[in-house]
Design a protein around this ligand. Structure first.
Ligand code: NAP
Ligand code: 3JM
Length: 358
């Protein structure tokens, strides 16, 4: 007997990859239900050669569903995930809406799969930038402890959705084909669809991802701070982030500076990363080998290189961390959570009702 799996947001940049990850998955699937908004209702997508008609998401969409993967924005998860749980499904939510909820495990399977045991119907998939940083740093934290993280991200436009990818390509066309200056191109989405002003991304770098919070950090930056503490189960780890959008289509890169609790020999750090599941060491300066976004696209792993000691701080280490933001950063991490739930016998209805129906 296989599962009935639902994908909410099936037509989006993440949802499309989720379907692909499910096609490759060992998860036993009897039925795949593809859900979106009214806009894509009736469109056809294929799964393992079978045509599936997209349905509009409603409160009744989850009858008979065992696993529901949500990737359609925070407000869609807020509204429909509790109905999915009520119908007996286990929800893996890709949005930020439930990530800090005390009854919601926030999971990167290689790092904290044990947190799944306590789930009450909803499991959250962390933010893309946090996930790849966790895969790179967990092997170091386990051996030498982590005192502080200072990270700058170089994030691809696909993280902002299908329309942001189109906007970027159109801006390049306007400059390269039509002779416009980068200042004159059409910008309607980035840096954040929900903000007042929009700026070109082509030939640019924008130090704003998501909206600004009260403390002048953006929500994306605060997600990295809060999610790291929750996943590593340590409120004392210091984390400051600067999140930057760059005109790369897919593949997030990060310059990560850490201070370990105990001084970590660099060669041993490299071995620990190379041995950690989901991490790939790509580090050979003499041969110019280091992780690159274009090489990480389509891969499930997180690539780590440029590992070197800080010049002044004995316990300080610099790393360059790259992963496919739509795969490990979203679709693969979610499907991997579903696979882990299956392997541990945790795909079952919850009887405690802790999520409010709205
Ligand atoms: P996208 O390309 O804009 O796609 C959005 C998807 O959501 C589409 O399938 C859309 O359906 C659907 N949708 C929109 N409003 C809906 C509604 N009211 N009810 C049901 N479905 C609705 O965006 P994306 O890049 O795939 O991202 C989707 C969400 O995933 C984001 O909003 C974010 O919360 C989350 N995400 C998480 C990560 C991460 O780091 N873990 C990364 C990227 C995104 P239509 O075709 O009908 O419009
Ligand atoms: C990545 O519409 C929304 O609420 C989604 C905004 C968003 C998020 C989020 O906060 O859920 C876009 C892209 C994320 C994320 O994973 O944090």
């Amino acid at each position: 007997m296989g599962y009935c799996v639902a994908v909410v947001g099936a037509t989006g940049a993440v949802g499309t990859e989720m379907i692909r990850m499910l096609e490759e998955s060992s998860l036993p699937i009897d039925e795949l239900r593809l859900l979106s908004s009214y806009r894509s209702k009736g469109k056809i997508l294929t799964f393992r050669g079978q045509e599936i008609e997209i349905e509009e998401t409603t409160e009744d969409s989850f009858d008979g569903v065992d696993i529901a993967l949500f990737s359609a924005g925070g407000s869609t998860s807020a509204k429909y995930a509790p109905y999915a749980v009520k119908a007996g499904a286990v929800v893996v939510d890709n949005t930020s809406y439930f990530r800090q909820h005390k009854d919601v495990p926030l999971v990167v399977p290689e790092v904290n799969a044990h947190a799944l045991d306590a789930h009450k119907g909803i499991i959250a998939c962390p933010n893309c930038s946090t996930i790849q940083m966790m895969v790179a740093l967990e092997p170091i934290r386990r051996k030498w402890g982590l005192d502080r993280i200072i990270v700058s991200t170089y994030q691809a436009v696909s993280g902002a959705g299908a329309r942001a990818i189109e906007e970027t390509k159109n801006q390049y066309r306007q400059v390269l084909n039509d002779g416009l200056s980068p200042l004159e191109v059409t910008a309607e989405i980035l840096p954040s669809g929900g903000d007042k002003k929009h700026y070109p991304i082509a030939f640019n770098a924008l130090p704003q991802i998501d909206l600004f919070t009260e403390n002048d950090y953006t929500y994306e930056e605060m997600k990295m701070t809060k999610e790291t503490k929750k996943i590593m189960e340590d409120e004392s780890i210091k984390v400051s982030a600067t999140c930057v959008r760059i005109p790369v289509l897919s593949g997030h890169s990060e310059s990560v500076y850490i201070e370990t609790k105990e001084v970590a020999p660099i060669e041993e750090v490299k071995v620990a990363i190379a041995e950690f599941p989901g991490a790939v060491l790509e580090d050979n300066p003499k041969e110019q080998i280091y992780p690159q976004a274009i090489k990480a696209v389509g891969k499930k792993e997180t690539f780590v290189g440029r590992i070197r000691r800080d010049l002044d701080q004995e316990n300080g280490i610099h790393l360059w961390v790259v992963s496919d933001n739509l795969l490990k950063g979203a679709a693969w991490n979610s499907v991997q959570i579903a696979e882990t739930l299956h392997q541990r016998g945790l795909v079952k209805p919850t009887h405690e009702v802790v999520f409010e129906l709205i």
